[in-house]
Design a protein around this ligand. Structure first.
Ligand SMILES: Nc1ncnc2c1ncn2[C@@H]1O[C@H](COP(=O)(O)OP(=O)(O)OP(=O)(O)O)[C@@H](O)[C@H]1O
Ligand SMILES: Nc1nc2c(c(=O)[nH]1)N=C(CO)CN2
Length: 182
């Protein structure tokens, strides 16, 4: 089977989080590794936000961000690349919702829906999570064709304020990847 989608390129949105070790370095390395893949280009990066842990509370604050990538890979293959990057950055799965050096979630891919044991799209919890929505809002363009901006704006309107989210750095990291012009 081909690893590539029949219709050229997709735009995928990825959430990144880290709360162990040098968190900012882990996020940057994850993006560098994504962009180093021959079939993935990092197009836009959100600001980096420091966020209080959600779910399992007895753990350090996270840094969270989101990135938009262009890829010709099928969603399952893109997810495999992301899980491999988590492993390369030293992720060990011990506690559900627990601390991690790097967590990469595939949020949205041109509005495609799927539900397999390996991958659910859109990510089922993305619209409940302020630590996903604030970064996403930074990078979804007004004219995004598959309805993502409306979903993000609507979900943000239902949140109570900023819920333990503060801007850490505006990042500007996509400039380093050389693909930021559309
Ligand atoms: N959209 C998706 N993005 C990332 N992983 C997914 C997705 N859908 C299903 N999965 C599966 O979820 C599995 C567990 O992921 P992980 O351990 O990162 O969960 P988590 O980050 O602790 O929780 P959450 O999924 O709520 O963020 C992955 O191995 C992957 O196969
Ligand atoms: N603030 C914050 N909390 C979390 C996060 C995360 O990335 N940021 N990830 C989780 C599991 O994916 C559980 N809780």
């Amino acid at each position: 089977m081909s690893n590539h989608s029949p219709s050229e390129q997709s735009e995928a949105y990825i959430a990144l989080g880290a709360n162990l070790g040098d968190r900012e370095k882990s996020l940057k390395e994850a993006l560098t590794l994504l962009n180093a893949h021959a079939d993935i280009q990092v197009m836009r990066c959100s600001g980096v936000y420091e966020t209080e842990p959600v779910g399992y509370l007895d753990q350090p604050n996270f840094l969270n961000m989101a990135a938009a990538v262009r890829t010709s890979l099928m969603p399952e293959i893109l997810l495999d690349v992301m899980l491999e990057i988590e492993n390369q950055l030293g992720r060990v799965r011990e506690i559900q919702n627990g601390p991690r050096t790097a967590d990469l979630d595939l949020l949205w891919m041109d509005g495609q829906t799927m539900n397999t044991p390996h991958l659910t799209l859109p990510h089922p919890r993305m619209l409940e999570r302020a630590f996903v929505l604030f970064p996403l809002r930074d990078i979804v363009p007004q004219d995004e064709p598959s309805g993502l901006l409306e979903k993000v704006t609507d979900a943000l309107g239902k949140l109570d304020g900023r819920e333990g989210i503060k801007l850490w750095t505006t990042s500007g990291w996509e400039g380093g990847f050389g693909h930021s012009a559309s």
